[in-house]
Ligand binder design. Structure first.
Ligand code: ADP
Ligand code: MG
Length: 729
């Protein structure tokens, strides 16, 4: 039986897979527009959609997604999940789980569906190809990827060699014409030679085109690997280690282009162009003798010295200019991010003057670089001309006074001499690229040295069941050396406990929550989650188990729906709306003309702070995590919304689930049965809610009484003083 009736049907499935499917295997590796268009083209250009074509097509798709080649089977079991299923006439779906009643829950273009999976269905497990490519340093990574391009570089080298050999053709042609054809009027020789050299020229052009195709291909592969590796490495940096200067960081992450372009230019230059210079020198000596070779050799050495004379200067200026333009980008990002503050406080002009100063630096450096590289270029050109004149003079002398050189030989040598010196004119440019590449590697190395999630753990753990309990052993966290640590000495949290953390601002409440979420690693000590060091548990597993609501939640660009199901699989609109009804987010969704499809722009600032929190809490309901870590979840909400959220949390967080909430809203305290009080010195009180509230009320009363007593005493003092004064009068 045919799997698909029409191209259109298959296209619909592919479109869904590429654009809407939320399974991480597909969602975490989106195709580029170019790749996607390619797949569509393959489909529209083929007129038979038989099963063979479909299977082959899906295999190609798996490959493009970096998934292991599918092993097709006729039946499905639990171990294969998540799996792809091709159902005749119905098309493709992704099998997510087996239900108790024997049916299978599937996600497809028509949303979540339940199938009994009877019939001639094709199944294939969806598995990510685990590439073990974790490099210690950026330098290692660049080297590894570049070395993989060795075959193509060698191909290009062979092509360049052929081009250089063919180039000999033109010079020997001139030599033969002057020496053989003109003196003897040999027209047939001329015709034969001309045809020959013409073929050589055509061949040269074809090889050049082939070479540039090979090199372009290689550049694309290198660029893709580099940008993937670098961004992947960036995403794996542990949260507490991510550099704060966003603009500079983003410029640094982009700088791999400089390295790639240096690698491809330099590789060809040093592997091919440079050695060939010597080859041409030898040919010159063979044709014209040692003296004729000596002239270009001397000028070759002089040009080389000139180029290297300018090298340090150019390199230094390039590095300086890159640093200045990175800083500029940093300033730009900062200005965009804090536009509100800048405007409101009237600080814009100060930023503008900083911008101007940086621009000026960058412009000065760029002009200086151009100046030096042009100077170096002019010198090289000058030397080339002098060499040419010297060669002709020496040649003319040899032709007229000896038998060692013919006129044709002289012409051939003058053509070849250009090939000896012209590669040298590339050197200044190469030095600029070298400077850029050097600073890029240095910056990226620094990024690669930052600790990752699960730093130092060879194989992060994926425990199947994690009990929501914590043991903190001598935990301390220091933001930067010299500042007082935030201590969490010996905190224990049992499964199912509901805890509130209270404390003055800056006492480290948010920091503690981030450590409990595994986002920050303690500087000292250990946090055990279900008796496993939390830093050993794979980040993905932690994200499944722990729901963390940050104090400043941010939305990401995409639709509202995307923001609600971030990282979740197989959630349909009914489930989303159900959760949204509970939290009251549905009011916002219904008020938006496009509802869940509303686009959230880059930066995610199109909704209010309270609405962001509402979105995040709705998402938490959908996730239904075992551990709820909430950092001031209702800080930006009105009383009515807050009460509602309070109620929702009360009914939705089960007895087995653990809750830790940071708050200073008394309403939320109804949710908890234990309170921890923090000061910058650490935990000062920890006990049952009523006990702590009682103590706090007591302390407050005592404080009040003391204040009153002090005021009374001061009053009495005052009266007695004024009485004394009166007495003195
Ligand atoms: P709380 O949530 O209790 O108000 P935080 O945990 O956010 O406090 O901060 C605790 C302390 O750590 C504060 O003194 C704060 O200044 C400092 N701090 C917070 N974040 C950073 C950071 N990213 N870099 C340096 N210091 C920080
Ligand atoms: Mg805080």
């Amino acid at each position: 039986m045919e799997l698909y009736n029409s191209t259109k049907h298959l296209l619909k499935d592919i479109e869904w897979l590429a654009q809407s499917c939320s399974l991480p295997h597909f969602a975490n590796h989106r195709l580029s527009k170019h790749e996607y268009d390619d797949f569509v083209k393959q489909l529209t250009s083929s007129n038979v959609i038989n099963n063979e074509f479909v299977v082959d097509y899906y295999e190609k798709l798996f490959d493009a997604y970096g998934l292991i080649k599918p092993k097709w089977t006729k039946s499905i079991n639990d171990e294969m999940l998540p799996a792809l299923a091709l159902i005749p006439k119905k098309g493709m779906c992704i099998v997510l789980e087996k239900l108790a009643d024997g049916r299978w829950r599937c996600d497809s273009v028509d949303g979540i569906k339940y199938h009994d999976m009877h019939g001639e269905i094709l199944f294939a497990p969806i598995r990510i190809e685990r590439k073990n490519e974790i490099s210690k340093s950026a330098y290692e990574m660049f080297k590894q990827v570049a070395l993989r391009e060795k075959p193509r570089i060698i191909q290009a080298a062979v092509a360049t060699m052929s081009i250089n050999f063919l180039a000999l053709g033109t010079s020997f042609y001139s030599m033969q014409v002057y020496d053989r054809v003109i003196p003897t009027h040999g027209m047939s020789t001329l015709i034969a030679l001309t045809i020959g050299v013409f073929i050589a020229i055509i061949l040269e052009m074809i090889i050049k085109i082939a070479r540039s195709t090979v090199l372009d291909h290689s550049s694309v592969i290198m660029d893709k690997s580099y940008s993937h590796n670098i961004f992947d490495r960036f995403l794996k940096i542990r949260l507490d280690a991510i550099p704060q200067s966003i603009g500079t960081l983003s410029a640094q992450l982009q700088s791999y282009i400089a390295i790639r372009s240096f690698i491809s230019t330099a590789a060809l230059y040093f592997v091919i162009d440079f050695p060939f210079t010597l080859f041409f020198l030898i040919i010159i000596m063979i044709v014209g003798g040692f003296l004729m070779g000596l002239v270009p050799l001397i000028f070759f050495i002089l040009s080389l010295l000139t180029a290297f004379f300018f090298k340090d200067k150019i390199e230094f200026l390039t590095m300086q200019s890159v640093a200045a333009s990175n800083k500029k980008l940093g300033l730009l990002v900062e200005a965009v991010e804090s536009a509100e503050t800048l405007k409101a406080s009237g600080h814009s002009y100060a930023v503008l003057s900083k911008w101007n100063a940086l621009s000026e630096d960058a412009i000065h450096d760029d002009i200086a670089i151009r100046h030096y590289s042009e100077l170096s270029g002019y010198f090289t050109a000058f030397l080339q001309q002098v060499s040419y004149i010297g060669l002709i003079a020496m040649g003319a002398y040899l032709v007229s006074s000896t038998d060692n050189l013919t006129t044709g030989g002289l012409i051939a040598i003058s053509i070849l001499s250009g090939r000896v010196l012209s590669p040298l004119s590339m050197l200044p440019n190469l030095f600029i690229q070298w400077g850029r590449a050097k600073i890029a590697v240095k910056d990226l190395d620094r990024i690669y040295a930052l600790p990752k999630d699960n730093e130092g753990v060879e194989k992060p753990l994926f425990p199947k069941n994690i009990a929501p309990m914590y043991r903190c052993q001598g935990v301390k966290f220091t933001y930067s050396e010299g500042t007082a640590p935030i201590a969490l000495s010996n905190l224990t949290i049992e499964p199912g406990e509901k805890i509130a953390i209270l404390g003055v601002i800056g006492s480290g409440k948010s920091t503690i929550l981030k450590m409990l979420a595994g986002l920050y690693a303690p500087t000292e000590g250990q946090i055990l989650l279900d008796n496993i060091d939390i830093q050993q548990i794979a980040r993905d597993r932690l994200s499944d188990t722990i729901g963390y609501l940050s104090q400043s939640t941010r939305l990401i660009s995409g639709t509202l729906r995307d923001n609600l199901i971030l990282g979740l699989v197989g959630i349909d609109d009914t489930q989303i709306m159900e959760a949204a009804n509970k939290t009251g987010l549905s009011l916002l969704i219904n008020a938006l003309p496009k509802g869940l499809d509303t686009i959230i722009p880059e930066g995610g600032n199109s909704v209010s702070g309270g609405q962001k929190q509402l979105i995040a809490i709705t998402r938490m309901l959908l996730t239904n995590p075992k551990i709820w870590l909430l950092d001031e979840p209702t800080a930006n909400m009105d009383d009515i919304t807050e009460n509602k959220i309070m109620e929702i949390l009360g009914t939705n967080i089960t007895k087995e689930q653990t809750l830790v909430v940071v708050t200073h809203k008394p309403t939320l305290l109804r949710l908890v049965d234990r309170i921890i009080i923090m000061t910058p010195q650490g935990i000062v009180m920890d006990g049952s809610r009523d006990e702590i509230l009682g103590k706090l009320a007591n302390a407050q009363r005592i404080q009040k009484e003391q204040a009153q007593a002090a005021a009374q005493a001061a009053d009495q003092n005052n009266t007695s003083i004024s009485n004394q004064e009166k007495g003195q009068e």
